[in-house]
Design a protein. Structure first.
Length: 644
């Protein structure tokens, strides 16, 4: 008979209800309390109301700690009775608090939402029809005196993810899947900057409860945490009616080395035409032997309609690069293995990255387009901006390096299922997997000449230097066979050849001599590192002035990779219009300081070099000046315009 009743029963109407627990309350206290409960219910998503088909009691308690607003257990929520008088007389709506929601009344409202979210999160997420079916079964079982559910009601529902164990929410919340760990999640949340309430970082359960407070109560939540807002909106099939209009684009800080330019930019995802996997090939340094992973944003110039020609707008392209933020001049291999360096997302101009790798480190770059849909590109840009403002992780050369961080960003930013199965801790390994899984278009590299012309490849300058040296060898009959042998000569040994060079050879010599200068600057940098570290330990007075400038540069430049420092923990998530002016003032002030300190350091460090190194640098600079003069004279003699 019970089975027949179950099969014939239609969906029952059920929904969450909040009831004040029986306790002595004055009429005004009861009315104010009921208004608070009604407002909490009105704020909840319809799906949450339907699935929490139960009665939850709310009681004013004198047993809570003084600073606590409330707590929950089972189907009972207790609120701190010391707050009842201000709720009753209306002052709670005006009384400011140092807690995150501003007023005492908003905090009480957020407390109810927080605890109800825990109930919802713990519940198995059935559809409304399944819920109604279960409720009917429980009622019939109780009327017949049965313990538990009858057989007709069992096995008809299927377990679904709750919010706090949903894999995608964990990815964007800050507990991503660890690469190389077979699905294990990160134990600690590293999205510590610009948090609305650090309590959210204690566990995924608390993260969900805290963020649902903001999703329901803060009209700016969609602009401050767009990825999470989208997740909750899609989960509930609903969003609060009150929402602010978000600005186009996201604020970012360009960490380029030109301290004379403002670093604050607005990144508009609609201007990003494509995203490339930017791979720096390996060199002999042990930390670089597997290459370096980055992402290149192909950004269209403001006047250009998004399309393939945006690849020509190189001055507008940006690079997303996870790097170890080294707060000292020494890069320690041991510290890199033990995670002593912060891992941060740097936003850099493409031109600087090209120069850094191809001219200084003599490493080639490959820029391989990722096969992403338009929506995925915009989500990835959005997620990158969020991490830029929130993430401060630990960099491990062998487990949480550039490849691992890039893969985690691609997973959380695109939501592509194919990326979940990828598992590589090596930059070159990740590139191979992206190509093999048809997620990256490596065919752009098939024709090397076209790849260079179209900006899919940027060759190491080593080949260019050798080509220029070949011109010198042909025109001047040099005895050296390689550019490296030529650069092993001192600047004074190369100087006599300057006046023998014709126009073409002089142009080639200028480029090669510039390579000699970069080489000497790298050697000088290494020399200064060693002297700085050993001298600082000995208390060398000659280092004091340079030490001060260097330490200030390190201290002041950290904000470029952790921009939240500029706002002194005010606000949360992506900065909004009201914070833009402060960002402009603070970033411009920091840049001016860095520009001044950089000049001071450049003057001081020359004095710290040994005589041999300093004289060699000065000789190279004289060679460059002489080559330039010689070029201008030759060009003028051949009837050309004067070169400047």
């Amino acid at each position: 008979m019970l089975a027949a009743l179950v099969s014939l029963a239609g969906p029952a109407s059920a929904a969450l209800s909040l009831s004040l627990d029986q306790q002595p309350l004055q009429p005004a206290e009861h009315a104010a309390s009921q208004a608070l409960l009604d407002e909490a219910l009105a704020a909840l998503p319809p799906r949450m109301l339907q699935q929490l088909d139960r009665q939850v009691r709310v009681r004013w308690s004198t047993r809570l700690p003084h600073q606590a607003y409330g707590r929950a257990g089972g189907n009972l929520i207790e609120l701190n009775r010391r707050l009842l008088p201000s709720l009753t007389d209306g002052s709670a709506a005006r009384q400011r608090t140092d807690r995150v929601h501003g007023t005492v009344r908003q905090e009480l409202l957020a407390t109810l939402i927080h605890e109800l979210t825990h109930l919802y999160d713990r519940a198995r997420l059935w559809s409304p029809a399944e819920r109604s079916h279960q409720a009917f079964c429980r009622q019939r079982a109780a009327s017949l005196g049965l313990i538990g559910l009858p057989e007709a009601c069992r096995g008809q529902t299927q377990r679904r993810f709750t919010l706090s164990d949903d894999p995608y929410l964990l990815d964007i919340a800050g507990w991503p899947q660890r690469v190389g760990s077979r699905g294990e999640r990160e134990r600690h949340n590293a999205q510590v900057a610009r948090s609305p309430d650090t309590y959210e970082l204690t566990s995924p359960l608390e993260f969900v409860a805290v963020n649902l407070e903001y999703f329901l109560l803060d009209p700016s939540y969609a602009c401050r945490r767009p990825s999470l807002h989208r997740y909750f909106r899609e989960h509930f099939g609903w969003q609060p009616a009150k929402a602010e209009q978000c600005a186009d684009g996201y604020p970012i800080l360009n960490a380029g080395g030109d301290f004379g330019r403002t670093p604050l930019l607005r990144l508009d995802p609609k201007r990003v035409y494509e995203v490339d996997y930017l791979f720096a090939e390996a060199n002999d340094a042990w930390v670089s032997r597997w290459g370096h992973s980055m992402l290149r944003l192909v950004i269209c110039a403001p006047e250009r309609t998004p399309g393939p020609d945006c690849r020509l707008d190189l001055d507008h392209h940006l690079v997303l690069s996870f790097r170890a933020f080294v707060g000292d001049v020494q890069l320690s291999s041991w510290d890199g293995l033990t995670g002593a360096y912060p891992s941060r997302l740097f936003v850099l101009p493409l031109g600087q990255v090209i120069d850094e790798y191809t001219k200084v480190e003599l490493r080639s770059l490959a820029s391989i387009p990722l096969k992403l849909e338009r929506r995925e590109i915009e989500m990835l840009v959005e997620r990158s901006a969020e991490l830029h403002w929130s993430y401060d992780g630990d960099y491990y050369f062998l487990s949480n390096n550039c490849a691992v961080e890039t893969l985690k960003l691609l997973r959380s930013g695109t939501r592509r299922e194919e990326l979940t199965a990828l598992d590589s801790i090596l930059p070159n390994g990740l590139l191979g997997m992206l190509i093999n899984r048809n997620l990256a278009n490596a065919s752009v590299l098939d024709d090397p000449r076209e790849a260079l012309r179209l900006g899919y490849r940027f060759d190491s300058y080593r080949d260019r230097y050798q080509a220029m040296f070949n011109v010198l060898q042909e025109r001047l009959g040099l005895p050296q066979q390689t550019v490296e042998q030529w650069l092993e000569l001192t600047a004074s040994e190369r100087q006599p050849w300057i006046t023998r060079a014709d126009l073409r050879a002089s142009a080639a010599m200028l480029l090669v001599e510039q390579a000699a200068l970069r080489q000497q600057l790298l050697l000088a940098q290494e020399e200064l590192k060693k002297r700085y570290l050993s001298g600082r330990e000995r208390g060398d007075a000659s280092l004091a002035k340079a030490d001060g400038a260097l330490q200030q540069i390190l201290a002041n430049s950290g904000y470029l990779s952790r921009p939240a420092e500029l706002l002194n923990d005010e606000g949360y998530g992506l900065p909004q219009a009201g914070e833009w002016l402060r960002l402009e003032e603070q970033s411009d002030q920091r840049q001016a300081q860095l520009n001044q300190l950089s000049g001071e350091l450049e003057r001081e460090v020359r004095l710290l070099l040994n005589d041999e190194r300093r004289l060699e640098l000065e000789s190279i600079e004289r060679n460059l000046e002489q080559i330039g003069q010689h070029l201008r004279q030759l060009h003028k003699a051949e009837g050309g315009l004067e070169l400047r």
